[in-house]
Design a protein around this ligand. Sequence first.
Ligand code: R5P
Length: 257
Amino acid sequence: MPVEYKSFPDGESYLRVEDVQGEVVIIQSIVNDRDFVSLLQLVDACQSRADSVRVVIPYLGYARQDREFKMGEPVTVRAIARTIDVDRVFTVNVHNPESLEYFPCPARDLEAAPLLGEYFKKLGLSEPVVVSPDRGAVEMAARAAEAMDADYDYLEKTRHSGEEVTVKPKELEVKGRDVVILDDIISTGGTIAGAARILQGQGARRVFVGCVHPVLARNALIRLFNAGIADIVASDTIERGVSRVTVSPLLARALES
Ligand code: R5P
């Protein structure tokens, strides 16, 4: 269905969906606040006329604000999720799957890491190992590694004393091997740039980066290439120059089931 978008002179968003009917699927990532308003508008415009409305949010922004880190803070992902009451919601590699419980309707997260793994497999890397920058992303690393027939590990921080901290892969040696650092989100690039330097310091042959959601705030790309990264491969949950893997087959399969 074609959608007309424009802004009012005061900056408010306007949209109009032509010819709403039947079973509607809305696909809208939330990268910024305006995207969120657009999603609310799309749902409202469709719900009164459609037989059913399913919403796919490939990148659910604010998902890292998933708890009250300091007293008085909102759980922003909860505040957003509560407003989306449709027949079904799908997300892709949501930062914390427990956030899905905040949607007032059935919600399911889809896993894109194997698609990234399939892409890296075709590059013919040398003795590849997939490394997540922390323990939290190790399951993603495992799923990508499975698609690549590769090993996987995560970076572990060990504090030896007040001043001395070492960060290295928990189990594996990376010396002489091609490493793929895998994470769900790259925002400023700080996490990955730090991980890349550590792995290079440990003798990695080349360091590649894979991520599902290339937020790429500010000068993140420059920061990453300055850290000596060979290449960055992301999905198209947010469309960027590095989006070389499409999540469309994943979405299509989920919507058919
Ligand atoms: C954090 O838990 C996420 O998984 C990412 O590691 C983080 O958001 C990356 O942020 P940045 O690119 O700013 O270091």
